[in-house]
Design a binder for this molecule. Sequence first.
Ligand SMILES: Cc1cc2nc3c(=O)[nH]c(=O)nc-3n(C[C@H](O)[C@H](O)[C@H](O)COP(=O)(O)O)c2cc1C
Length: 193
Amino acid sequence: MIIKLPSPNFKSNISLEETIKKRRSIRKFKPYKISLEEISQLLWAAYGVSDEKSGFRTVPSAGATYPLEVYYLTEEGVFHYLPYNHSAESVIQKDVRNLIVEASLGQRFIMEAAIDILLCAVYERTTLCYGERGYRYVYMEVGHSAQNISLQAISLGLDSVCIGAFYDEKLREILLLPIDVHPLYIVAIGKRS
Ligand SMILES: Cc1cc2nc3c(=O)[nH]c(=O)nc-3n(C[C@H](O)[C@H](O)[C@H](O)COP(=O)(O)O)c2cc1C
């Protein structure tokens, strides 16, 4: 099933400087049902298309090779972001976040967050162009994406925490990730309690 996401918004009531100032890793979230508009906005900031003509994204990418694949998890299941038509494909139709908590050394806020965005990479897209150096470029790019998500969250009145501590292979098994898709970073987002 493909979910068409609402168009992103390009205006907000908070300055970029304020979002930078306010960003803090928050690990206590209260129950909050995230809207499709908020999901759309976060995914667009993460890796959406910001120039329709060129297909270039909200994040810089070495040689425009775009190695990242973006997934998100909510109580409804697991979804894969399709940037070119700003939509999401349903991948798993049940809540698997308790398993992700287990695979992430018991970081419970992954389940308490309203949404978790998982940033993965297909290294070959970049290493085919740049060889070994491509790995460093991919790691830089995932940081750009996570930062965009963190600041976009603040602009939406939400908070976040970036998570790098998890067992890659466990995550791959739970999320049925294709063999060339490597999980790198989770950003948990929600309303702080
Ligand atoms: C690469 C990376 C991995 C991180 N992994 C985790 C993590 O697994 N769990 C967690 O709670 N915080 C994680 N953090 C968040 C840091 O603990 C946090 O950014 C740091 O304590 C500074 O606090 P601040 O983000 O509020 O400024 C990670 C941060 C980075 C940059």
